[in-house]
Design a protein around this ligand. Structure first.
Ligand code: 2HA
Ligand code: ZN
Length: 295
């Protein structure tokens, strides 16, 4: 029941967090990921770093609802806010139930827990991959102070390639670069690759974060992809571009697999020059897509 007193409570004239642009972005992107078929069932997770100024504008995020343990030392992120998807939640549903399937947390000073300020209103918790997300944020923030988003999903064609293409960063990156002119422009550092590891563990989190020192996009073979970036759009765009290249590769294989033409290594150099970027020098020359027999 609203009384005059409620109305006059400090902050009560401010908007509620569920209507913030951050929750709106999260609802939209989880839906996009679901609609692409990259986040079946409870697959995938997203974390979005927010600033004190962004969060404090809302009336309903100033009380600690509960404390959630973190099983490693995340003190490098003390006081940092994250809007994060929940463990076991279906991306299909986030658009309709953002206050149940996502939560806003603030990392405690000792880095071993997070205060829940909003969301997870049926008792939920952050994603099982939260350690991987936080470790990746810590790593990427060293590279880029504007680092904001970590996104994990299960893109079909890239996962399929992890069964048929040698799991080596140079081979994978060169194939993806040569599938479309846009690839090297969007991920000039190439694709990082981990060995197959058990998801949801601190070990895969640390291995992912170590790779993120050199890459913004890392493949987990037979599972999916981790990407990091300055915004939801940029991070999603990175995944879209990698997966589009993987889809073109898959289509080429379905058409018989023989390439009669390709983006040559010299073309890659020209693309790098035109867009003023420095591609990973270790991946700049190597095998052609055109087999000797068809040349
Ligand atoms: O959150 O995708 O890797 C579910 C997953 C785990
Ligand atoms: Zn996954």
């Amino acid at each position: 029941m609203n009384s005059r007193n409620d109305f006059l409570k400090p902050g009560s004239d401010k908007e509620t967090f569920v209507n913030s642009p951050y929750v709106t972005e999260m609802r939209k992107i989880t839906n996009e990921l679901y609609r692409h078929g990259w986040d079946e069932r409870n697959g995938g997770n997203v974390s979005y770093r927010l600033t004190e100024a962004e969060v404090s504008a809302y009336s309903d995020v100033h009380q600690v609802l509960r404390n959630i343990p973190i099983d490693f030392d995340a003190s490098a992120l003390k006081g940092t806010y994250f809007l994060v998807t929940g463990t076991g939640r279906y991306f299909k549903n986030v658009i309709d139930f953002p206050e149940r399937d996502t939560g806003l947390v603030k990392i405690s000073d000792d880095g071993h827990s997070a205060d829940l300020l909003w969301g997870f209103n049926d008792g939920g918790q952050p994603t099982s991959e939260f350690p991987s997300h936080l470790m990746t944020h810590i790593q990427r923030l060293k590279q880029d102070p504007d680092q904001r988003v970590v996104m994990h999903c299960h893109p079909t064609n890239l996962i399929a390639m992890s069964f048929t293409v040698p799991q080596d960063e140079k081979t994978f990156s060169r194939i993806l670069w040569k599938m479309q002119a846009e690839s090297i422009v969007v991920f000039p550092e190439g694709l990082g690759i981990l060995p197959y590891m058990t998801p949801g563990t601190n070990e895969i989190g640390q291995a992912t974060a170590d790779k993120m020192a050199d890459f913004r996009v890392v493949m987990w073979p037979h599972h999916g992809i981790f990407a990091a970036g300055d915004s939801i759009d940029e991070t999603y765009g990175l995944i879209e571009t990698v997966e589009k290249a993987a889809q073109i590769y898959t289509t080429i294989q379905a058409q018989g697999g023989e390439c009669l033409a390709e983006i040559s290594d010299a073309d890659l150099v020209k693309l790098a020059k035109r867009f003023d970027l420095t591609p990973n020098p270790e991946f700049m020359d190597g095998k052609s897509m055109i087999r000797e027999t068809v040349k």
